[in-house]
Design a protein around this ligand. Structure first.
Ligand code: ADP
Length: 391
């Protein structure tokens, strides 16, 4: 544990105290939480891996420490009004210990477990009658082969914990490939059929501890190499499907009793809408809300974490498209082309202050428009410039 970075002055006098929201993690999501906390006059304190983490560079007060260490978490929790998250991988036992110490956690450790363990999530949601893909717990390759005998090869294997942006997910076509995937996983994996996915949808829902919820219009996400590449808001689906997606997401969040911001990722398949997974934090599928919604998902998360009134979720334009900016293969840094991208009228550019590496998410661009086609053209134009692939 080191010193406090970007320390706030002590609060004294009779003025109402500024609340302090603690975030475990200091990457781009915490950076955008910080951006949202400023107009609310809320102080954020983040648990960072180092002084160059994205949220620390954005001015959030930070403790540098390791979230695997319970003592570090205890010291961190001591001086904040609420502990919340920007990633899934915190030891559930540590979170329960903080709760037992009397700290307020958003979401609670019991709810958080849904986002931390894909197998637990599938089992519990399936048991509660929510539509999930067929799945099994595969410990060894023979379990995978038995599953494939029912549903056909290839199948999709997922590490129950620790995966993101497609890491920890593999499409496997043979028992040998399955064995290789399972080899490092002590607790086995989730196996499911390779689904015929017509579209991927996502719904962000915020919930406060009195059970009030606020849902955003459903969006469509487009993945490339299992990582979100483009998102379209609102999703171009018929009203009945849009209502079904939002209704399903709100029912899930209510069922779990989650608090804070939750992103519910859905697959539209020939067999109907199925739940892919939940993220209990602001999520890449909601980045458009910064410019395209009355209240951004980040502001909503801060409000929900403090049990404050939730903001309106309507979109402020007929359409919005967000495109992620990914580190180019040649290793070049999009920052070098920032000014050129800013010359694209209507492009809202976000860079996260991260070191450029091929394939790494370094920022995003959002554009609003009278329709999807215009918004998409603007967002891609600026993103292609940043990635150095503009014609
Ligand atoms: P992560 O937690 O890394 O985001 P996901 O479980 O959401 O991983 O999977 C990443 C992407 O892989 C999904 O968005 C989807 O495009 C694809 N995918 C996941 N599961 C399946 C499946 N069963 N069948 C087909 N594609 C899948």
């Amino acid at each position: 544990m080191t010193d406090l970075l970007n320390p706030r002055p002590d609060q004294s006098g009779d003025a109402p105290r500024r609340p302090r929201v603690g975030i475990l993690g200091a990457g781009q999501l915490a950076r955008m939480d910080q951006q949202a906390a400023i107009p609310l006059d809320v102080d954020l304190r983040v648990l960072a891996g180092g002084p160059t983490d994205a949220a620390v560079l954005a001015g959030a007060e930070a403790i540098v420490g390791d979230h695997h260490d319970l003592e570090t978490l205890r010291v961190f929790a001591q001086d904040v009004d609420v502990v919340t998250f920007e990633f899934e991988g915190v030891d559930p036992a540590h979170l329960r210990a903080l709760e037992d110490d009397g700290h307020r956690l958003v979401p609670t450790p019991a709810a958080k477990l849904f986002a931390q363990d894909k197998l637990h999530q599938r089992r519990e949601l399936g048991r509660a009658g929510f539509p999930v893909p067929p799945f099994e717990h595969a410990r060894v390759a023979i379990d995978v082969a038995e599953f494939a005998a029912r549903f056909g090869w290839p199948v999709v294997l997922k590490a129950p914990r620790g995966g993101y942006d497609g890491r920890g997910v593999a499409v496997v076509s043979t028992p040998v490939e399955a064995a290789a995937f399972l080899e490092p996983l002590a607790d086995g994996a989730l196996v499911e059929p390779a689904l015929s996915i017509e579209r991927e949808l996502a719904v962000q829902v915020a919930r406060t501890s009195d059970g009030t919820t606020a849902a955003y219009p459903v969006v469509e996400t487009v993945q490339q190499d299992a990582m979100l590449r483009e998102l379209i808001a609102p999703a171009e689906v018929d009203d009945a499907l849009a209502r079904e997606a939002v209704d399903l997401a709100v029912r899930i969040v209510d069922h779990i009793g989650a608090t804070g911001l939750v992103a519910v990722e859905l697959f539209v398949t020939p067999d109907g809408v199925l739940i892919n997974e939940l993220a209990m934090r602001p999520h890449n599928s909601g980045h458009h809300t910064i410019e395209a919604a009355v209240t951004s998902q980040f502001e909503q998360h801060v409000r929900a974490a403090l049990d404050w009134p939730l903001g309106a979720t309507e979109l402020v334009a007929p359409a919005a498209v967000t495109v992620n900016v990914v580190g180019p293969e040649d290793g070049s840094d999009p920052r070098a082309r920032l000014q050129e991208a800013l010359a694209v009228p209507g492009a809202h550019v976000h860079l996260y202050g991260k070191t450029a590496r091929p394939g790494r998410k370094l920022g995003h661009v959002t554009a609003l428009g009278p329709g999807v086609a215009t918004a998409r053209a603007t967002a891609w134009r600026a993103a292609n410039i940043l990635e150095g692939t503009a014609a």
